[in-house]
Structure formats: C-alpha cells, structure tokens
Ligand binder design. Sequence first.
Ligand SMILES: *[C@@H]1O[C@H](CO)[C@@H](O)[C@H](O)[C@H]1NC(C)=O
Ligand SMILES: *[C@@H]1O[C@H](CO)[C@@H](O)[C@H](O)[C@H]1NC(C)=O
Ligand SMILES: *[C@@H]1O[C@H](CO)[C@@H](O)[C@H](O)[C@H]1NC(C)=O
Ligand SMILES: *[C@@H]1O[C@H](CO)[C@@H](O)[C@H](O)[C@H]1NC(C)=O
Ligand SMILES: *[C@@H]1O[C@H](CO)[C@@H](O)[C@H](O)[C@H]1NC(C)=O
Ligand SMILES: *[C@@H]1O[C@H](CO)[C@@H](O)[C@H](O)[C@H]1NC(C)=O
Length: 492
Amino acid sequence: MSLLFFLFSLSLLSLSLSSHFGNTSYFIDCGGSTNTTDPFNTVWLSDRYFTGGAISAVSEPLHFRYPQEKNIRFFPLSSGKKNCYILPLPSGRYYFRTFTVYDNYNGKSHSPSFDASVEGTIVFSWRSPWPENLARDGAYSDLFAFVKDGEADVCFYSIATDSPVIGSLEVRQIDPLSYDSATIGDKFILVNYGRLSCGSSQWGPGFSNDTDDFGRTWQSDSEFRTPNTTKIIHSLSTGATITGTNQPPNFFPAKLYQTAVTGSGILEYELAVDAKLDYLLWFHFAEIDSRVKQKADRVFDVVVNEKNVKRVDVFEEAGSFAAYSWSYTVHNLSSTVLTVKFVPVVGAPIISGIENYALVPNDLSTAPEQVVAMRALKESLRVPDRMGWNGDPCAPTNWDTWEGVTCHPNKDETALVISQIDLGSQGLKGSISEQITLLSDLVTLNLSTNSLGGTLPSGLGQQSLSRLDLSNNQFSGPIPESLASATHLQLV
Ligand SMILES: *[C@@H]1O[C@H](CO)[C@@H](O)[C@H](O)[C@H]1NC(C)=O
Ligand SMILES: *[C@@H]1O[C@H](CO)[C@@H](O)[C@H](O)[C@H]1NC(C)=O
Ligand SMILES: *[C@@H]1O[C@H](CO)[C@@H](O)[C@H](O)[C@H]1NC(C)=O
Ligand SMILES: *[C@@H]1O[C@H](CO)[C@@H](O)[C@H](O)[C@H]1NC(C)=O
Ligand SMILES: *[C@@H]1O[C@H](CO)[C@@H](O)[C@H](O)[C@H]1NC(C)=O
Ligand SMILES: *[C@@H]1O[C@H](CO)[C@@H](O)[C@H](O)[C@H]1NC(C)=O
C-alpha cells in the first residue's frame, strides 16, 4: 500500500487543511538599508534581528540579479567570535535558506572560513579558499528544522580571524509532519544536498514564478548525471494536470511531476555527500507518457550505492498522470559520492525528481532557564561585544562557548549547563542580575577586579557554588543571607 493512495483518499479534506501549518515567514536582506520587492513580488525586509557586525556592498553589484543579493552583513572579530540572527516566531517546523557570497567585498581576495548553525547545530561549513564561482556568484543553501523555543537562531562562527558573511536569510513555516518527521523524529535537521527536478531547468521561489508552498527551489538534474547517462537521456514534459500533487504534509508542487527523464538503459546520478552522515532520499515519479497504458508496461529498479532497494511500477502505484513519491534512508556510507541508478526491467525507467537530505543530528543546547540567566547577566554585567555573548551560551559543542564561560552536559546528558564564569579584570561596569540563581550547576564565579556595583542578588550562594571571587568591585548593601550561611563556599 503506497503513501499515495492514502493521500488520494484525503484529497477533498486537504483543501481545508492546506495552510493548517501556519504561515510565519521572514525574508531578510542582510546588509540592506531599505525594504525592496523582487520581480517575484517577495518583499525583502531591510536588515534586522542581527546581534552585531557591519554592512557592505558586494564589489560588483551589477553581477547580481536582485537587491537582496547585492549587500551583505559581515561579522568582524571586534563584534565577537560568534554572531547570530535571532528571529521571533511560533514553535513549529521551518524551511531556512541563506544566500552566501564573498565577491571580494573587502578587497582582500580572501574568502572567509566560518561555520553556520541553526538552532545550535552546525549545518554549513565554509572554508577558504572557496571555489572561484562560489566566491563570485554566491550560493543558496537550505534546510528544514524544528524551532521549539519561540525564536530561530542562525549563528555564525569565525574560524581563525575571518569575518563570516551573509547576503540574505529566508525562513518559512512548513507542515510539521513533512518529510517523515513522525518516523524520523524531531532530533534531526534535514540539510539539502541536492533537490533535483529531472528534465527541467532551475525553478521555484527566487528563480521563477513557479510556486512551491514550502519555498523549495528545484535545480536541474543535468549536472548530476554520469557521462554515460547523459548520452542516452531523453527529457519529457507535459502541460497536463497531474493528480495527487500539492498534498499535505509535503505539498510537492505539480510542476515537479510535469517533466521527467527517461532513456534506453541505466540512468545513473552521482550526488556529493559527507560520509559521516546518514541521508534521506526522496524519489518522485509520474507516468507522463500516454503510451504507457497499464501496469507492467514500464518497470525498473532503484539501486542506491549498488544496493537494489525498490522495484517501481509507476502505473501500478498511481496510474497515469498521477504523482508517486517514495523515500529511503541510506546509512553507513563509505564514500563521498552517493550513486543512484534506475535500472530497466521492462521498458525504460522514468524519473521526475530526486531529493537528498543529510540527517544532521541536533546538537545539545543549553538548558532554557540557564539561557535566560546568561542573557540577563549579559545585560546586567554589560558584557562587551568583543566577547561574543550571542546565541546559545554553550552550543554548538564544538565551537567555543561564550568567552569566559565553561559548560558541560547535565547529569542525564539532555542539555548543557554552565559550570564556570570567569570574568576577572574585564572592565565590567554593571551589576549582577538576580537571575544568576537560575545557574544551578555553577561551581566557580569570578568577577574580581571590575567596576561592578549595586547589591548582591539575594539568592547568591547556590548549593553548587564552591568558589566565589567578587573582590575589587564596588558592591553595596548587605551580604545576602544565602551567602553568609553557605558553608560549602570558598570566598575570596
Ligand atoms: C496567516 O495566518 C493568519 C492566522 O492564521 C491569518 O490571519 C492570515 O490571513 C494568514 N496570512 C496569509 C497570507 O495566508
Ligand atoms: C520595512 O518594513 C517593515 C515591516 O513592514 C517596517 O517595520 C520597517 O519600518 C520597514 N523598513 C524601512 C527601512 O522602510
Ligand atoms: C513573474 O510574474 C510577474 C507578474 O506576473 C512578472 O511581472 C515577472 O516578470 C515574472 N518574473 C519572471 C522572472 O518571469
Ligand atoms: C559507459 O558505457 C561504456 C559502453 O557501454 C562502458 O564500457 C563503460 O563501462 C560505462 N561506464 C560507466 C562508468 O558505467
Ligand atoms: C551502521 O554501522 C553501525 C556501526 O558499525 C551499526 O551498528 C549499524 O547497525 C549500521 N546501520 C545500518 C543501517 O547498517
Ligand atoms: C579570579 O580571576 C583573577 C584574574 O582576573 C585571578 O587573579 C584570581 O586568582 C581569580 N580568583 C580565584 C579565586 O581563582
């Protein structure tokens, strides 16, 4: 029993469900100073929601199509090692897309090395030197992720002393049940490693007026075919209606199924991957050749990395001019190329689209109440920008934490917690927020030799604390009862 038949039976119902998943979206022109409308009627907001950095124009603005591609925001080290865009939005599942470009904006002919994270998990790594065309033309990258804390964090981390860059940022709400999330769970981010529309050129939001409810863009399959496949391939297209498209939860667009490739032989694709990760493949088929009139007229096998994973008879699954999709997860890769073959059994294979997503496991993030406490401390202590106190205090785990902060996993390893704060001699002029008592795993607090004032928080001296150095400051008022009675504490 295929997924498609189930969707068919829901097709009347789906009309009323089609925007069931919410419609929150942001289109941010990073580095842009005015709101602009692109040729597809998308309104791009002037730059906002960033934690720091500076703006610049690319060096050859006329080389780029749209206003939002011509400006960038960059994050020099003086704004801290880690900077973010933090967007308020309802909890849910989202499509994120970034446009990243260098175009020698700073005249240094040095494309930067940096990492980018979404919700505290590293998703993109840029390493200098970028391929020439990427540095000059820029690139769109996208993924699907859950947001559960009421705000989307997209953060950038400088490698060596390089300045991360971003040209535009899009976030759109999508159906929470899309892409098998009920089976895969919400513990992975799906990072796009190829979303191919077979037999067509690139299309979708930002590239053509064709719509896609999730904002996905689809690229041509042509550069992913092996040379032997290119020799035998033959494109098909139709203007006819394809049934079973635009259905929840994936809302695959009709246009995807209106083109296809076929060929008298094996059709083979090669997709570049990172062998450390598992991949979720989606295959899209529709019988759009009216000469195929019944089941068993066209049958072929899907072979992934030399393993035969499925025999497909599109007519038998869906009939003619009807969408049929199927997904498969690839584990334990041994090379950086994923090969996908369509091997004829009866007649020639036919394929409309292939999607390939890395299943990037969510990294641990800081316990929510400790994030609240650290943000309050950042405000009250007036921590300078150069210390990079932006985004999650501890995550991603392989980036540096906020400067002066030490973290470790909590007892059941479900979250990160703050164990140490060392901010001696940093020229701090503020006070200590009452929220510091939420740091229930704090062992060492050293704020010595600053110009901090105000009264000490009434709950300071939590059970976990064993070293406290507040010397050489201008605190006033009484020593809190909690501190005076704390016998576990070594005071300086
Ligand atoms: C988005 O959703 C809100 C609340 O459900 C609704 O009021 C609004 O009309 C929707 N906007 C669009 C463009 O669909
Ligand atoms: C851009 O549009 C947003 C939302 O409509 C508005 O709040 C903002 O003031 C506008 N910015 C500029 C620079 O016009
Ligand atoms: C998209 O549609 C709008 C309005 O119909 C039109 O003005 C614009 O030229 C179209 N853009 C492209 C790239 O086809
Ligand atoms: C391509 O086709 C030729 C001739 O059929 C064959 O000898 C060769 O092994 C094929 N190459 C690959 C990589 O499959
Ligand atoms: C992948 O490899 C791991 C460790 O070698 C093994 O435990 C696991 O069963 C493998 N998974 C699959 C799906 O083959
Ligand atoms: C606190 O930090 C200062 C350096 O700023 C250091 O001299 C001092 O020994 C530290 N205090 C403790 C108790 O480790």
